[in-house]
Design a protein around this ligand. Structure first.
Ligand SMILES: [Zn+2]
Ligand SMILES: [Zn+2]
Length: 206
């Protein structure tokens, strides 16, 4: 590491040991041994040596990567599901349009050849099934919105806070991360995905 010395006149040549991470601190963020015992005295526990900051950074990099990976997995399974559903809907629509054509032309025998499909479709296509699907999708979307808002709120706090305990901030960030992780892992999202999958299995298309 290059030379990094304290700027305060009476601390000249004192090596900088780390950074103060107190959000409300008005001193220079870097501190030397003298700073530590004078202008940083009120919150020494928030004066982190370089090594400690490195450890935090490594931990956060790992957590953010894990979080990102989980979101990517979720994104791909959600996309797969939507694609499958769209295909099913298109297939059903194609069949219904064909049957409509048979009926309007009076081709009853052709209509009859698809009667099995029509019976099954007619027995299953009701408002309940459709609204179950929409409700599930809506709950996934709102769960994702919550995660996004938690994330944005962290940025807002960094900008707005003047005298906020950093440890509280770190704990809060950690709890946001864990909350998001829980949602993705076993909370609302996986429950909704499961109910969507069930809907998919019980789907209308024969
Ligand atoms: Zn400070
Ligand atoms: Zn100093």
């Amino acid at each position: 590491m290059g030379e990094f010395h304290c700027r305060y006149e009476d601390h000249l040549e004192e090596a900088i040991l780390g950074f103060c991470i107190n959000i409300g601190c008005h001193q220079t963020p870097q501190f030397c041994f003298k700073c530590f015992n004078t202008n940083q005295k009120q919150h020494q526990f928030e004066c982190l040596p370089f090594q400690k900051i490195k450890e935090h950074i490594q931990e956060y990099i790992q957590k953010e990567n894990e979080y990102y990976g989980k979101l990517q997995n979720f994104e791909s399974s959600f996309n797969n599901f939507i694609n499958q559903m769209q295909k099913k809907v298109q297939n059903n629509l194609k069949k219904i349009l064909k049957m409509n054509e048979f009926l309007s032309k009076g081709e009853y025998l052709n209509f009859k050849s698809d009667i099995k499909f029509f019976r099954k479709y007619h027995s299953k296509v009701d408002e309940t099934e459709n609204s179950k699907l929409i409700t599930s999708i809506n709950s996934i979307v709102s769960a994702l919105e919550n995660i996004k808002q938690d994330y944005i709120r962290i940025d807002d706090e960094v900008n707005a806070l003047t005298d906020y305990n950093t440890q509280q901030y770190l704990n809060k960030a950690k709890s946001y991360f864990e909350k998001g992780e829980q949602l993705v892992q076993r909370g609302i999202i996986s429950r909704s995905i499961n109910s969507l999958k069930r809907f998919n299995i019980d789907g209308i298309q024969s």
